[in-house]
Design a protein around this ligand. Structure first.
Ligand code: SAH
Ligand code: SF4
Length: 367
C-alpha cells in the first residue's frame, strides 16, 4: 500500500490539487511551469516537489513551502469478491471519507480473434464528510454532516486510487459522484473538481465520463444546467409519490417530485446521453408494480434510463432487501413499454459497498 508523506507541517499548507491549471499559472510563472507541475502530479503521480526534476531547485523549494500534494491518507482497503475495492481515506482534520473502485471486465478481441480482457474502471467518489439531506435509508446520513470537501480533496481521491492500482495516466476511467455526500450541496467545489478532472494536461477525464448523482435539489439542478459542464446527471428518485418520498427523503418537502421533473426537462443533456433515474428498491415499501406504472408516466417525455438498485441492508435498519423476482418484474414492466431499465448488481455486497457503510464499520458500529 502506498503511504503518502503526511505530517503536521503538511497539514498547514494549501492543497495544490485545489487549483485549476489556469489558477496555478497565475502563481507559478512562467505559465508553462503550471503545465509541468500538472504533468508531474496527474501523469507521473509524484508526491513531492523534490521529484519534479525539470523545475528549478529554488522553485521546487518555494512550492514545497506553500503547497502540499497529499491532502488524503489511505487508512484501509477492502477487496470484494466481485472485484470492487473500497478505500477509507483520512483528511487533514481527521475526518474520513470513502471511495470505491469498481472494476468491470470487458471482453475485447485481438485481431486474430483471441480474447483479451480489458478492465473498465469506475471510481465512486465522495463530495462531503457526511450529508445534510438525511435520507431514512442511508447510512451516510446517520453520522450527520461534518463539512464540505474542497475540490482538491475530491480530485485527490481519484489520483490516489489510480496510483494505488497502477492505473496508467492515459487509461480511461469513469467517475460517479455517488459516494458520501450530496454533490449539489457543495456545488462550487464539485464543479471545480469536474473541470480539474477534465483538464487535458491533467487526468483528462472527459466530462461526459463524469456523472453527478443528486437527491434532487431542483434549484441547484437548474444552476448546474446553466454551468453547462457536459456532465451526466443522475437523479436519486426512489419514490413516485410525494408522501412516500417525503418519508424516505425529507428534502422532498422543499423540492417535490414535479419540481425535479421540471428541472430535469430544462437540463442540457448530451444528444447521445440520457438522464439516469436511480430507484432504490426496498422490500414492501416501493417495490410494487403500481410504482413502476407511475414511474413510466412521470418520465414520459424525458430521455431517461432507470437504474433499479437493491437496497443494501445494514445493522439497525428496518428496511429490507427486495426479492429478485420483484426486481425483475418491475424492470420488465418498464422495458416492455419502451423505457430503458437496468438492475444494478449490488457491487461489493460483501464489503458493504453502499455509501457510508465502510466508515461506520471503522467507527465500530454494526453494519
Ligand atoms: N447524495 C447523492 C449521491 C450519493 S448517494 C444521492 O443521493 O444521489 C449514492 C446512491 O447510493 C444514492 O442513489 C443512494 O440512494 C444510494 N444508497 C444509499 N444508501 C443505500 C443502501 N443502503 N443500499 C443501496 N444504495 C444506497
Ligand atoms: Fe445524502 Fe445521498 Fe445519503 Fe441521501 S442518499 S443522505 S442525499 S448521501
Amino acid at each position: 500500500m502506498w503511504v503518502p508523506f503526511y505530517n503536521e507541517r503538511e497539514k498547514m499548507k494549501k492543497i495544490l490539487q485545489d487549483y485549476t491549471k489556469e489558477e496555478l499559472a497565475e502563481i507559478i510563472k512562467p505559465a508553462f511551469r503550471a503545465k509541468q507541475v500538472y504533468s508531474w502530479v496527474y501523469h507521473k503521480y509524484v508526491d513531492s516537489f523534490e521529484q519534479m526534476k525539470n523545475l528549478p531547485q529554488a522553485m521546487r523549494e518555494e512550492l514545497d513551502e506553500a503547497f502540499t500534494l497529499t491532502p488524503l491518507m489511505m487508512l484501509t482497503v477492502q477487496d470484494s469478491v466481485d472485484g470492487s475495492r473500497k478505500y477509507l481515506f483520512e483528511l487533514h482534520d481527521g475526518h474520513t471519507v470513502e471511495v470505491v473502485l469498481l472494476l468491470m471486465r470487458d471482453k475485447e478481441y485481438h485481431e486474430d480473434g483471441s480474447v483479451k480482457h480489458q478492465e473498465r474502471y469506475t471510481v465512486c467518489i465522495s463530495s462531503q464528510v457526511g450529508c445534510k439531506v438525511g435520507c431514512a435509508f442511508c447510512l451516510t446520513a446517520k453520522g450527520g454532516f461534518m463539512r464540505d470537501l474542497t475540490a482538491g480533496e475530491i480530485v485527490e481521491q481519484v489520483r490516489q486510487i489510480k496510483m494505488d492500482n497502477g492505473i496508467d495516466a492515459n487509461r480511461r476511467v469513469n467517475l460517479v459522484f455517488m459516494g458520501m455526500g450530496e454533490p449539489l450541496d457543495n456545488l462550487d467545489a464539485v464543479a471545480k473538481s469536474v473541470k480539474i478532472f477534465a483538464d487535458q494536461d491533467g487526468m483528462a477525464i472527459a466530462t461526459h465520463r463524469q456523472t453527478i448523482s443528486t437527491s434532487g435539489l431542483s434549484a441547484k439542478i437548474k444552476r448546474l444546467g446553466e454551468m453547462d459542464l457536459g456532465i451526466n446527471l443522475a437523479i436519486s428518485l426512489h419514490a413516485v409519490d410525494d408522501a412516500l418520498r417525503e418519508q424516505l427523503m425529507p428534502i422532498n418537502k422543499a423540492y417535490n417530485i414535479q419540481s425535479i421533473i421540471d428541472a430535469v426537462k430544462a437540463f442540457p443533456v448530451n444528444s447521445r446521453k440520457r438522464v439516469m433515474f436511480e430507484y432504490l428498491v426496498i422490500k414492501d415499501v416501493n417495490d410494487d408494480i403500481s410504482a413502476a406504472k407511475k414511474l413510466l408516466s412521470l418520465l414520459d417525455g424525458i430521455k431517461a434510463k432507470v437504474n433499479l438498485i437493491y437496497f443494501n441492508p445494514y445493522g439497525g435498519t428496518e428496511f429490507r432487501r427486495p426479492e429478485e423476482k420483484d426486481m425483475v418484474e418491475f424492470q420488465e414492466y418498464l422495458v416492455k413499454r419502451g423505457l430503458l431499465c437496468t438492475i444494478r448488481e449490488s457491487k461489493g455486497l460483501d464489503i458493504s459497498a453502499a455509501c457510508g457503510q465502510l466508515r461506520e464499520q471503522e467507527k465500530g458500529e454494526a453494519v
